[in-house]
Design a protein around this ligand. Structure first.
Ligand code: 26V
Length: 801
């Protein structure tokens, strides 16, 4: 599209929809008109893409995820359509800043953190690699809660993202289907002697899909992300005459559960899981029937991916549809199911592994529970005589009156993968070791990845321009070419320009910090960033212990030569996770204490930015100098902010956990600050049970002073929270070994302080990080899934530009 055409189209839409001239339109009208224009451009490609998949009978993958976290889509869509610059220019010609109208869009925040954001990076990469893939999830009316701080406490507010409507989605009523919940199921014998399940007293709800185009990067491909919303079916209207009754149905897709342990046992969450699984499977079956192929070809045309265990009911639901609705026998249906399905595990945290009480399953999804019982029965039977009885009992689906969802996903699929090398190895060796002995061939690793289109091209234009200038633009299409930057490691001009690009983004973030918190930060300070969900195992608290150490150092020696540092946090705590909320409170109180103490001469500042989300990440990441990846070794499955920060030239201070291990291998020891216990040492402590935080405390005077600060009034207003944290570290023996890793962490931080003083040395490390980040492109990750697990191939696509 030319600039003139863009302008004309925009004018027409503003007139038709708002009775406005371009010159008189505000950011809101401009955003919605531009959004519609973008949708019109991409719809043409979308239609061609799906028609093409259909006529070519391309094998497609369906990525089932209870969370998707795309953030804002306007600029990403413009970039991928190849018209971002034209649109920016056109608007600029009329005196409009594209950033101003892009800010109107609400973040689509239908996810909690890493898992949902990964699903969205994958959607971008699948389309950009020309792979036939679809997302399947839930269209929550309210996404993840909005976070505010009041007196340093986290307060949660509803996320009303749909208030002004969503330009990107298309409601497809014609593709709606019914989902049955609750009631009873009994088996009726038919005339031919076969048993047929019959439901009674069931609740039938309507699942209505809203489709969003997932636009590939300048390749003409547009895939589909389908999100389901619940409605009362027309035939059932009479049953729901009062509002309260209607609410119980409508509540089904009302809110995203913020991940915490409380959701277990929540009936609505279980109903959500079945709702999007059933609707998704039905829509796949409808598509497959259009192809007019025999059932035994199913897995040659369809791959279904289970993103964590939340969609694990894909196993019994596909069985149900094949048997109950299409007359296949158990063995045939089972063969199809296992071949079509695959599963990714995203955590080794025992508390996070999903289990559902049997009584709840019987109540909410009675037919699914029957099938689960039968899978369990047949599994046990098939393993007897092959494997020892205790192993069979440990791996079966039903134990302790619960359904183990990971067991269901592993037994009912042909592939189980972890999300980083160390994580996949731990699954095999420890967490899922029993299953590994039974199905060794099913286990594999797929290290996570990120889309550098959003996390570099869009989020960091100054850096992108430096890249273009020195290594050309090929990295934009092929992120692996970032490697070319290594040729300029000793080129002072390049190092200077990289530094300048970082400075621009730091200044922008400093402005944002000033606007939102009223605190001034210096851009020549180290911007030290920890951004992720707040969780004890991620050890934000250890970061705080280090900050307190610096605080006391400056207090004792005001003349000390420290490189000024701004510690930046972004983190939401699950509303019911009170320990995590206490940590937020204590960080906020410490921040206030430090930021208002002029005797510190601004040497350190602590900024906790509220409401961390995708858009805020896009502001923080390009401005970061130091990336905090300090989880207790073995606990963080992969992490993905580590990759985004590295891509933007931040240098990582890290434990050997998750993808940090692979980042270290990619950049080399000299370009990362590794510290702390290894995963083996952590497991040794578990085995020998000889860890004593008390002992470390007693032998370390400085640590005593730091910990005492939580309870002796040094940190103000934390009487309750300070004590809770103090006790967790001493009385309850420091579950995540903060005290054990503290000294080593401090040393790593001292090296950072020193190295940063030598800007050329630092910038060289930074360059090595940028150059090696291509290894963590989600494009590479999804290509590996496509080849090893899904067996799907890229469609021939003409390159547009
Ligand atoms: C959830 C919970 C909830 C209950 C309390 C403990 C706990 C611990 C962890 C989780 C996370 C569950 C799944 C998840 O989001 N995993 C994340 O997936 C990312 C993408 O693969 C990965 O980068 C993160 O390391 C991993 O934590």
């Amino acid at each position: 599209m030319t600039k003139e055409e863009i302008k004309q189209e925009l004018r027409r839409r503003l007139r038709d929809n708002y009775a406005l001239e371009l010159e008189d339109a505000g950011p809101v009208e401009l955003f919605y008109s531009l959004g519609e224009l973008v949708k019109a451009v991409s719809n043409e490609k979308w239609q061609k893409t799906w028609k093409n998949y259909l006529t070519e009978e391309q094998k497609q993958v369906y990525y089932f995820s209870i969370e998707f976290l795309p953030g804002k889509l306007l600029k990403s869509n413009l970039l991928n359509l190849g018209i971002l610059e034209e649109v920016r220019q056109t608007l600029a010609d009329t005196g409009i800043d594209i950033e101003e109208l892009a800010a109107v869009e609400k973040d689509m925040a239908l996810g909690n953190g890493g898992l949902g954001r990964l699903a969205s990076c994958f959607m971008d990469s699948i389309a950009s690699c020309g792979l036939p893939g679809n997302g399947n999830g839930i269209r929550y009316d309210y996404g993840l809660f909005k976070q505010r701080f009041m007196d340093g406490y986290q307060v949660e507010l509803p996320d009303e993202w749909l208030k002004r409507g969503n330009v990107w989605e298309i409601r497809r009523e014609g593709k709606a289907c019914d989902v049955h919940l609750f009631g009873n199921v009994y088996m009726k014998r038919l005339a031919n002697g076969k048993l047929q399940p019959v439901g009674e007293n069931q609740t039938t709800v309507r699942a209505v899909p809203y489709d969003t185009g997932m636009i590939g990067y300048q390749n003409g491909i547009v895939n589909t992300m389908r999100l389901w919303s619940v409605e009362i079916p027309a035939s059932e209207e009479a049953k729901y005459q009062n509002l309260t009754q209607r609410r119980t149905i409508e509540d089904l897709t009302a809110v995203l559960y913020p991940d915490d342990s409380q959701e277990r046992g929540r009936l609505v969450r279980l109903a959500q899981e079945y709702f999007f699984v059933s609707a998704g499977i039905q829509s796949i079956i409808r598509y497959y029937k259009k192809l007019n192929l025999p059932w035994h070809s199913f897995s040659e045309k369809i791959a279904i991916h289970i993103n964590d265990t939340h969609p694990a009911m894909c196993v019994p639901e596909l069985m149900r549809v094949l048997m109950d609705e299409n007359g296949l026998n158990w063995e045939f249906a089972w063969d199809i199911t296992v071949k079509a399905l695959s599963y990714t595990n995203h955590t080794i945290m025992a508390e996070a592994l999903e289990k559902w009480p049997i009584h709840l399953m019987k109540q909410v999804v009675p037919r699914i529970y029957q099938i689960i019982e039968e899978i369990d029965r047949r599994y046990v039977l098939s393993m007897q005589g092959i494997h020892p009885e205790d192993l069979i009992q440990r791996t079966r689906l039903l134990q302790n009156d619960q359904v183990y969802m990971a067991h269901l996903a592993i037994i009912g699929s042909h592939s189980t993968n972890g999300v980083a090398k160390i994580h996949s190895d731990l699954l095999k060796a420890v967490v899922l070791h029993d299953f590994y002995t039974i199905y060794p061939e099913r286990f594999n690793n797929k290290t996570n990845g990120i889309t550098e289109r959003r996390w570099m091209q869009l989020a960091n234009e100054p850096l992108s321009k430096v890249m273009d200038k020195w290594i050309g633009t090929s990295w934009r299409k092929n992120p692996k070419n970032l490697k070319l930057l290594l040729n300029f490691q000793d080129n002072e001009e390049v190092l200077k320009q990289l530094r300048q690009a970082k400075l621009v983004k730091k200044a922008e973030l400093a402005d944002y910090i000033w606007e939102t918190t009223g605190i001034e930060v210096a851009t020549d300070a180290i911007f030290d960033v920890q951004i992720k969900r707040l969780h004890a195992y991620k050890r934000q608290l250890m970061n705080l212990l280090h900050i307190l150490r610096l605080y006391f150092q400056i207090k004792d020696h005001p003349e000390i030569d420290l490189t000024p540092r701004v510690f930046i946090f972004g983190a939401k705590a699950a509303p019911s996770y009170s320990y995590a909320k206490s940590i937020i409170k204590v960080i906020n109180e410490t921040a206030h204490m430090i930021n208002t103490d002029s005797t510190l001469q601004g040497k350190i500042k602590v900024i906790f930015l509220p409401n961390y989300n995708v858009s805020l990440a896009e502001k923080i990441i390009p401005a970061a100098d130091v990336s905090e990846q300090i989880s207790l070794a073995s606990k963080e499955a992969s992490g993905t902010s580590n990759m985004k920060l590295m891509l933007n030239g931040a240098i990582t201070v890290a434990t050997l956990d998750g993808a940090n291990v692979e980042i270290k291998d990619a950049v080399g020891n000299e370009n990362i600050y590794i510290f702390g216990l290894t995963e083996k040492e952590v497991y040794n402590y578990y085995e020998n049970q000889d860890y004593s935080s008390q002992k470390i405390y007693e032998e370390d005077k400085e640590l005593q002073r730091i910990l005492d600060a939580f309870i002796d009034g040094t940190i103000p207003n934390v009487e309750f929270e300070g004590r809770e944290i103090y006790d967790s570290l001493l009385k309850f023996n420091d579950e995540y070994f903060l005290l054990r890793d503290f000294r080593d962490y401090v040393q790593a931080q001292e090296r950072i302080d020193l190295d940063y003083k030598n800007w050329a040395l630092w910038q060289k490390k930074s360059l090595a990080n940028i150059a090696n980040a291509g290894a963590f492109s989600a494009d590479e990750t999804v290509k590996a899934y496509a080849e090893d697990i899904w067996q799907i191939e890229p469609i021939f696509a003409h390159t547009e530009k």
